[in-house]
Design a protein around this ligand. Structure first.
Ligand code: SAM
Length: 438
């Protein structure tokens, strides 16, 4: 049962006809859509994987597509290789807008995704930006930031830092970003058909509280965007308080031009409710040349041992006993962010150093930094891949011994150490799948 006041505000926000067309669709079954990680698999490859469920492309993100039913993604080993992300279709429009900005050849080298967990839009952004651009992806809630970091590691790109800060903490990065995405916490009206709690929690007071909080977040982050830089402001709600009114407020109070606004409405588009506005900050500076005002001194990393696990173009650094790889061209920017924010994930965890042994880290298997021929590969069946993910023991021939890379559909999944008479499964306990596999 939808609250009466919700219906009234919906009519006020979208107009009588659109609101009455939308309302019946708030009862429909939500759609399911997946987006390929094009650094790991092509659209055709992923389409083949889901051949029986393929249900047509997403209009505004043609590399992505709908599924006719929701399979168990946990029991699909390909999901654990980071080959795709299950993302709500309407929200893929953010990637489409960013693509448009990049296609115009605008300098967009430093990007921020401010409210980023669990990482749908972050992984989309990572698929669209070149290796020499840096994404800072932030989430204020610690538990959600950990999930974001896991999804980022799985996506496999190294040009990204995950931070766990309040938007106000980013003040030190004055005029630093060329692009900022604020996918704001909102009253969630667009999620009504996915989430019963969103209906139960709805109230006009909450809508107004959300709108005020969004303005606070926006004013906190505004100084971090350079003059002439781009902002996408988005919500998954329908009301004008949180959507058009806030976009107009950014334009008039903070100083920006609204370039585009769009509502996605279930029934009219195939997806959940979503709103987004593309804005350009007033003024002009050719590139983001703002300097990070560091709270701490940047510490020089300890000298790293020789390691041939990663491709060229990365700088290795030792942090405690963890060997990490950073894109060489982004080291300076990454250190500037590390010095002023609470970074919970950066670069690629390559190996734990134990004496003369370099024990490969699980994240290395999922990373694009991995040198393709660094380890002997073992292609697993679906059943064995699920056993590996459940951290069950696997049997191998006596040779080759040492670290072996498990693959599924040709994509790295993780490592096993083959000791000849037995093997150690190096899949992290925290990522062990718990569902029954039979
Ligand atoms: N962008 C994400 C994605 O595509 O997967 C979804 C983000 S969700 C709509 C909004 C996020 O904002 C949540 O992860 C929430 O924890 C975070 N959030 C909540 N309160 C916040 C605040 N005061 N400032 C910044 N972010 C906040």
């Amino acid at each position: 049962m939808l609250p009466e006041r919700f219906r009234e505000i919906l009519t006020e926000s979208l107009g009588e006809q659109t609101a009455s067309e939308l309302l019946p669709h708030l009862e429909d079954t939500p759609s399911v859509s997946v987006r390929p990680n094009t650094a790991k698999i092509s659209t055709e490859g992923l389409r083949g994987h889901f051949a029986e469920l393929y249900d047509g492309p997403v209009d505004w993100a043609p590399e992505s597509f709908y599924l006719s039913a929701r399979p168990s993604f946990t029991l699909d080993p390909l999901f654990h290789t980071g080959a795709y992300y299950v993302q709500e279709a309407a929200s893929m429009y953010v990637g489409h807008l960013l693509e448009g900005i990049l296609a115009e050849g605008r300098p967009v080298r430093r990007l921020l995704d401010l409210c980023a967990a669990p990482g749908g839009k972050t992984t989309d952004i990572l698929s669209r930006i070149p290796d020499d651009s840096l994404l800072v992806t932030n989430e204020v809630m610690r538990g959600r930031a950990t999930i974001l970091a896991e999804n980022v590691a799985k996506w496999g790109r190294a040009n990204v830092l995950v931070t766990n800060n309040d938007p106000a903490d980013l003040k030190g990065l004055d005029s630093w970003f060329d692009f900022v995405l604020v996918d704001a916490p909102c009253s969630g009206e667009g999620m009504f058909r996915k989430d019963d709690e969103a209906v139960e929690d709805w109230s006009e007071d909450n809508v107004r509280l959300c709108a005020a909080r969004q303005r606070r977040i926006l004013s906190d982050i505004w100084p971090a965007l350079r003059d002439g830089g781009y902002m996408i402001y988005s919500t998954c709600t329908f009301n004008h308080f949180e959507d058009e009114d806030n976009a107009a407020w950014i334009a008039s109070e903070l100083g920006a031009e609204i370039l585009q606004q769009r509502h996605f409405l279930p029934g009219r588009e195939r997806g959940e409710g979503f709103y987004c506005a593309l804005l350009r900050k007033s003024g002009e500076s050719a590139v983001a040349d703002g300097r990070a005002s560091s709270r701490q001194r940047v510490r020089k990393p300890a000298p790293a041992p020789d390691c041939d696990y990663v491709r060229d173009g990365y700088t290795l650094a030792l942090k405690g006993d963890l060997l990490k790889a950073y894109p060489a061209s982004l080291m300076e920017d990454m250190q500037a962010v590390e010095a002023s924010l609470k970074v919970i994930h950066s670069g690629v965890a390559v190996a734990t150093v134990k004496g003369r042994d370099l024990i490969p880290e699980a994240d290395l298997a999922l990373s694009c930094a991995l040198r393709e021929d660094a380890f002997p590969r073992v292609e697993l069946s679906r059943e064995d891949a699920l056993r590996f993910l459940a951290k069950e023991p696997l049997a191998f021939p006596q040779e080759p011994r040492g670290y072996l890379m498990m693959t599924y559909c040709g994509l790295p999944l993780g490592f096993v150490k083959n000791l000849g008479n037995r093997s150690n499964n190096l899949h992290p306990m925290a990522r062990r799948i718990r569902k029954s596999i039979n």
